[in-house]
Design a protein around this ligand. Structure first.
Ligand code: GTP
Ligand code: MG
Length: 195
């Protein structure tokens, strides 16, 4: 499903720019710098298809990718970075809210959480928004290569505890490393199964 079948479609800055709502789609949400673009690059095997950078807030649009003929992958703007102008944040929040509430094809939101940090207050806001929008979400832990195997269980326990309060949470966690390739096959299989 993934190999050679992914293409960038368009960057969207307002609801009226969204492509037709006629495919199954999954979106990737997460704090700025959590590794959304890197994960999309790694999943698709196409370095640079989603721009990844060290500059927080680089992905300023909702970026649509086609996955074969029947699915969209959606890279959402990162949230929670410091120094973002209030007006910009407000605009993104409004767009995100409208997107989550209005997208019939949206099958699941993957919420990326940096495995070194766990779920923070700024993540909770998004999880609550997903609950309210009744969008099933699944937590994907990123940068697993940066966490020692013996420290992993502690993070997982914190994340599970926090997720227990969110009715829209899908209980299975996915551990990933875009650098080392960990968890990518699992995530591809999950996406392939969402039709
Ligand atoms: P915004 O577009 O600003 O919201 O950021 P993003 O979530 O798209 O993050 P991006 O993919 O640009 O990655 C941010 C930084 O984290 C980059 O320096 C990446 O190289 C690094 N990074 C991403 N994934 C991994 C990973 O699995 N392991 C390690 N060690 N570093 C990673
Ligand atoms: Mg990005």
């Amino acid at each position: 499903l993934f190999a050679g079948e992914v293409d960038f479609l368009k960057g969207v800055v307002a609801m009226d720019g969204l492509p037709p709502d006629d495919r199954a789609e999954v979106c990737f949400a997460g704090r700025s710098n959590v590794g959304k673009s890197s994960l999309i690059n790694a999943l698709t095997g196409r370095k640079g298809i989603a721009r990844a950078s060290n500059t927080p807030g680089r992905t300023q649009e909702i970026n649509y990718f086609t996955l074969g003929d029947e699915r969209f992958l959606v890279d959402l703007p990162g949230y929670g970075f410091a120094n973002a102008p209030v007006a910009v944040v407000a605009k993104w929040q409004a767009l995100l809210k409208a997107y989550l509430a209005g997208r019939v094809g949206l099958r699941r939101a993957f919420v990326l959480i940096d495995m070194r940090h766990g779920i923070k207050a700024v993540d909770e806001e998004i999880l609550t928004l997903l609950d309210k929008s009744a969008v099933t979400f699944q937590v994907v832990l990123t940068k697993a290569d940066k966490v020692h195997p013996e420290d992993r269980e502690k993070v997982l326990a914190q994340v599970r505890e926090k997720l227990a309060k969110h009715p829209a949470a899908y209980p299975e966690l996915v551990l990933t490393s875009s650098e080392k390739g960990e968890g990518l096959a699992t995530l591809r299989a999950i996406i392939a199964g969402l039709t």
